[in-house]
Design a protein around this ligand. Sequence first.
Ligand SMILES: C[S@@+](CC[C@H](N)C(=O)[O-])C[C@H]1O[C@@H](n2cnc3c(N)ncnc32)[C@H](O)[C@@H]1O
Length: 192
Amino acid sequence: MARKSNVKVKDRETYNGRLTKQLKGVIPKFDEFFKKEKFKSIIEIGTGNGIFSTYIAKNAKEMEASFITYDIRAVAKDIKKELDELGCIVIRDDMNNHRKEIIAMIKKPERCLLLIDGADKTEPVEFFLNFLKKDDILLSHDYYKQDGDYLSKLFYIHTRHIDLNVFNNIDVIYRDLFSDYLWLCMKKELND
Ligand SMILES: C[S@@+](CC[C@H](N)C(=O)[O-])C[C@H]1O[C@@H](n2cnc3c(N)ncnc32)[C@H](O)[C@@H]1O
């Protein structure tokens, strides 16, 4: 059953004066991340209201990366227009219907960033981690640090564990940068 996030409006990040679903302060952290890490392809699962996607789209455009975002819900018309103008492909559909095309995009010989902030986050994270190439990054939302480990914290439901030991050559990076904002950043260090 869908439930509302309990992140209060005052605790939410804004971009160009509009509210995202992210925690306040995360955009400067992503600015820092994008200063260091460049990609040729960016895929987002969970467009939400699309405001954070406009921020990602601006960065994708600057680094000349393709950007595609998936959500079962539609974004508002003005946001869709803005995303279109930034060159972002907006797919309004269940991402489960697009797994094959997402895998094909990851497999292309260009550096890929996969952002997962939608659907049942743990399962797609574990699924797509298997397809990353060397240097690709998967950033997944709603994880927080606890007892030196990362658990998936769905704000209002429960916590889940992701055991990164079962994946080959995946490291958690940018812990200090992202953990207060509940993003878990995983990099494929070597091809299998
Ligand atoms: C937390 S919101 C995304 C917030 C957005 N990334 C932001 O920062 O503003 C999660 C989104 O995932 C979408 N979602 C849930 N299940 C999905 C699925 N199977 N395929 C695609 N999107 C899905 C929901 O409709 C919802 O908009």
